[in-house]
Design a protein around this ligand. Structure first.
Ligand code: ANZ
Length: 924
């Protein structure tokens, strides 16, 4: 073969890898393991664009590098294949989402295989496959059968809870449960009906059914999680979202709040992502206390982080949704207050939080009593109090809290200072300081005042110290078709699990993918959506699981994807353990990454897996943005003027397909055929060319800036694509796709190819020993590549390969001693060409079985030095001498140098000082 024919080479090696199962991973305790994982994609109809493979290329490079270092690597790929777009498409076209999904997966797989990834395709999983989701359903069942024991700080079986209830009710047990769980004795428990017992157990189960305020999206006909809602609109589709109370399944993730927080200390993730998780979990240390309502048998519970300011409380504020609001509104306030509540309720929490300017609220007419000083204070309803946080009620301290201050100012309520010196700069909250005007707290510092106030609460049984988490339980159901059915049926209105042996509970066929006429989810359309249990036939749950169910545990299934008796074989799970490198987008910071950590911890608690944290190290790749091109139409004509001349005309810019532009030059013929209305387009050119304008924007169809990796591969090859994506810049950075530099990368590969060939295009490898210079070039590249890969700095290695190949080309180096290791170090980045060169050099086995070359420091050590020779303080000559010479030898050489002799004129100098490896000073 003469020239570098990447198309043939790439197809050949992809087929070879597949046929020989090169990347098939098996447990091998004799080798260290490396588990490399990419966040698996949702197979959308649009296929991959060049932004998608960025992270996959980086992880592929790492896994190939790890193989060369002797690791046993697991590098799987699969599909998160339940989801909204396929279902929306099904609604529009009637095509079953399974068919759409299958087609999309096929397209994705072809595209991925084209890029030459070292994926173990045998391990592929699809979350929408019944063989997969039976285990998602199985995990759901384990959660349903578990509660959280606070004493042991782990999940335990609900049966053991029932045993405790039988013996001592719930008086002794410390378990996570709903706020409104009553206290009951063993007798009471034993006398309860089955229904009552089941209702109580739902308050403890780790997945449970409860009336919850949810984000309801009427346009999508489903509930959405907080992270699926952005500024009051659905993330997908941008439809309005309302707050609504509904019976919903939830996951008691809050039971794991503290462990989710602590676990962050043990993982190697970027600080911003950890911080986002910490904020989401939102731990606050404070106190909970009750205020008696005057003249009513009611107590209002508040959560405060500043109980030290209790003497500065001048009113209470309740969320508009608070349960007591109705009963607290007095007759004379009714009209104003109720009207206010109506308006406030329809604003989402997010809007209310985001909007700090609008101050709205209403006085209820009722009063509460501050138990510390017996004072009567007004009870207000206020927008800024959130129903879902803490107790949905606050003790307002306008002198020391911004929101309370603004509210008090607006409504003319009292502002009473109780902390010394904290009022300056208009900043109130968060500052400590000595307490004033506060009876027995006066004179104390914040911490002591808090402790003392909490002691007072506890003595008087009106409150206690409390740790509060902002995180809420995660709503687990969606009123959609294309998701996992819940393995639950209803008997007398109560949920029961189907038998494990009846799994998977397969998604039924329906005539349409829409809600039923009476508003039931699409599964309400299925003919026999019932369960045959021992005591009869019962209706099955009609909602399905949310998108995050299947993705919360897929990393375990990859280890053992075809196991029919377990979700993963324990031996395999122990061997592969946690993911060593997880690469994916930062947009999953609080969704997927919290849910999968939660499920892993739960599976650990029940002894199903050996690890508590699923992802040891994580890198979040930046997004590749589109680089849009523009043409400039002279208004009212079909004439387009080149970028440099556009200001001389009255023009309007128009997006043009980037695929008919090369190096910002428009291909005029292609432009004319791009759209029918452009067939007779005319151009005003600059030097015979049409130059387009350019701008960086999100990569999207509507901006005509989507670049398909298939096109790049066809034109330049997969190795060029891989190198180029890495060359674009640091992996974590957001950066535009700019094809302008791709020719350079492609030329580099041609040069690399040429190093191994003579001018006639024949393979030509010399067996001669390499020179020092050649070894130096090689070893500095080995070192750089190794350091870069260890630091996940991919772009810089590409640059060093280029330098290396340029240097070797200049030296006309074709020696095996250099070119073999060079092929190996390039192979993680450009595996096809490396395989081909490796085999051309006579190797029978894939380059993947080679060893990463060992870096030898000695080749980098300089063995000579250019000595400046200074005569009477001025450098008069330069002399290159071996570093192995002694001081005397250096002196002798310096003095016998003709340039130096000219200055000394044959005289013996007064003094000669030799600093070895640096300088020679001569004084005459
Ligand atoms: C009195 C006080 C005085 C407060 C002071 C703060 C400063 P984090 O840190 O976020 O937990 N709060 C409690 N529940 C609330 C709710 N449902 N909606 C809105 N605000 C609520 O904040 C806790 C503080 O936020 C609590 O402490 C309470 O105001 C308020 F100088 O109580 B504080």
């Amino acid at each position: 073969m003469a020239d570098y024919h990447f198309q043939e080479i790439e197809k050949k090696w992809q087929a070879y890898w597949e046929k020989n199962q090169i990347f098939n991973a098996q447990v091998d305790p004799s080798k260290p393991k490396f588990y490399s994982l990419d966040m698996f994609p949702y197979p959308s109809g649009a296929g991959l664009h060049v932004g998608h493979p960025l992270g996959y290329i980086a992880s592929d490079i790492i896994t190939r590098y790890k193989r060369l270092q002797g690791f046993n690597v697991l590098h799987p790929m699969g599909y998160d294949s339940f989801g909204l777009p396929a279902e929306q498409y099904a609604i529009q076209t009637g095509q079953h989402p399974a068919i759409t999904t299958e087609q999309n997966i096929k397209r994705y797989t072809d595209q991925l295989k084209n890029i030459g990834f070292a994926f173990d395709w045998d391990k592929e999983v699809r979350t929408s496959d019944p063989d997969y989701y039976r285990w998602t359903q199985w995990i759901f069942m384990q959660l349903f059968n578990s509660y959280y024991d606070k004493t042991e700080d782990k999940a335990k079986s609900i049966d053991s809870l029932v045993q405790q209830f039988k013996v001592s009710g719930n008086t002794i047990i410390e378990a996570v449960c709903d706020e409104d769980t009553p206290v009951f004795s063993a007798e009471a428990w034993n006398e309860m009906s089955e229904k009552e017992q089941q209702e109580l157990l739902l308050k403890y189960r780790l997945t449970f059914l409860a009336e919850t305020t949810v984000n309801w999206c009427p346009a999508l006909g489903t509930v959405l999680s907080n992270d699926e809602v952005k500024d009051g609109f659905s993330e997908r589709g941008g439809h309005p979202v309302e707050r609504k109370k509904m019976m919903q399944w939830s996951m008691r993730i809050t039971a794991y709040a503290e462990r989710l927080l602590q676990g962050l200390e043990s993982v190697d993730w970027s600080e911003p992502i950890k911080e986002m998780q910490r904020n989401w979990i939102g731990k606050s240390i404070g106190a909970e206390m009750v205020f008696q309502v005057k003249g009513q048998n009611k107590q209002i519970k508040v959560f405060t982080t500043r109980i030290d300011t209790i003497y500065g409380v001048t009113y209470l504020a309740l969320a508009p949704e608070h349960d007591y609001v109705k009963e607290l509104i007095t007759e004379d306030q009714r009209e104003i207050a109720e009207a206010y509540v109506e308006v406030a309720k329809n604003r989402s929490e997010r809007d209310r939080m985001a909007d700090v300017k609008t101050i709205s609220g209403a006085f209820t007419g009722s009063y509460a009593i501050n138990p510390f000083n017996g004072e009567e204070i007004q009870i207000w309803i206020a927008d800024y109090v959130l129903a879902g946080y803490g107790t949905g009620a606050v003790m307002a301290v306008p002198a020391h809290d911004d929101r309370d201050y603004n509210f008090a100012k607006h409504f003319g309520l009292e502002i009473r200072q109780v902390i010394e010196g904290s009022m300056e700069n208009g900043s109130f909250a968060g500052k400590g300081g000595t307490i004033i005007n506060s009876d027995f707290l006066t004179g104390l510092e914040m911490k002591d005042a808090m402790n003392k106030a909490i002691a007072f609460l506890e003595e008087n049984k009106i409150g206690k110290g409390k740790i509060q988490y902002r995180m809420r339980d995660a709503i687990f159901t969606r009123q959609r078709y294309w998701g996992e059915p819940l393995p639950v049926y209803f008997k007398e209105g109560l949920p029961y699990l189907i038998k494990e042996t009846d799994l998977p509970l397969v998604l039924p066929e329906v005539d349409k993918y829409l809600p039923t006429e009476d508003g039931e989810p699409p599964l309400g359309r299925a003919k026999d959506w019932t369960y045959q249990s021992e005591d009869g036939e019962f209706p099955l749950e009609k909602s399905t699981m949310p998108g995050w169910a299947g993705s919360s545990w897929y990393f375990f299934r990859y280890m053992d994807p075809r196991n029919e008796t377990k979700f993963v074989d324990p031996e395999k799970e122990k061997y592969w353990g946690a993911v060593d490198l997880y690469i994916g987008g930062a947009e999953h910071a609080t969704g997927h990454l919290l849910y999968s950590r939660f499920w892993t911890k739960f599976l650990y608690d029940i002894g199903a897996v050996s690890i508590e944290e699923p992802f040891q190290k994580m890198i979040n790749q930046g997004m590749i943005q589109g680089r849009s091109n523009f043409v400039y139409r002279v208004k009212g004509t079909n004439t387009f003027v080149s970028y440099g001349l556009k200001d001389q005309y009255d023009t309007s810019a128009m997006h043009v397909d980037v695929n008919i532009v090369h190096n910002d030059q428009l291909n005029l013929d292609k432009f004319k055929t791009w759209r029918p209305d452009l067939a007779d387009a005319e151009f005003i050119l600059e030097e015979g060319k049409y130059t387009c304008g350019a701008e960086v924007e999100k990569m999207s169809k509507s901006k005509y800036n989507v670049v398909n990796p298939d096109d790049i591969i066809e034109r330049y090859g997969a190795d060029t694509l891989r190198l180029y994506e890495m060359f674009l810049g640091p992996l974590e950075q957001f950066k535009p796709w700019n094809t302008n530099g791709i020719d350079g990368v492609s030329k580099f590969l041609k040069k690399l190819w040429k190093l191994y060939h003579d001018n006639q295009g024949n393979v030509s490898i010399s067996e001669e020993n390499a020179s020092k210079e050649e070894l130096k070039t090689l070893h500095k590249t080995i070192k750089k590549t190794q350091d870069d890969l260890d630091n996940h700095s991919f772009n810089t290695s590409v640059a060093s390969f280029m330098i290396c190949v340029n240097e070797l080309t200049a030296m006309k180096c074709n020696k095996r001693e250099i070119l073999e290791p060079l092929a190996v170090i390039v192979s993680p980045y450009a595996p096809h060409i490396a395989e081909e060169l490796w085999s051309l050099m006579g190797h029978q086995q894939s380059i993947i079985y080679a060893a990463f070359p060992e870096f030898k420091e000695e080749y980098l050590v300089e063995n000579s030095h250019e000595y400046p020779i200074s005569i009477n303080g001025k450098v008069r000559a330069k002399l290159s001498l071996s570093l192995s010479l002694s001081k005397e030898e250096v002196e002798k050489a310096a003095l016998s140098d003709p340039a130096v002799k000219k200055w000394t004129e044959g005289n013996t100098p007064k003094k000669v000082i030799v600093v070895p490896g640096k300088i020679v000073n001569i004084v005459i």
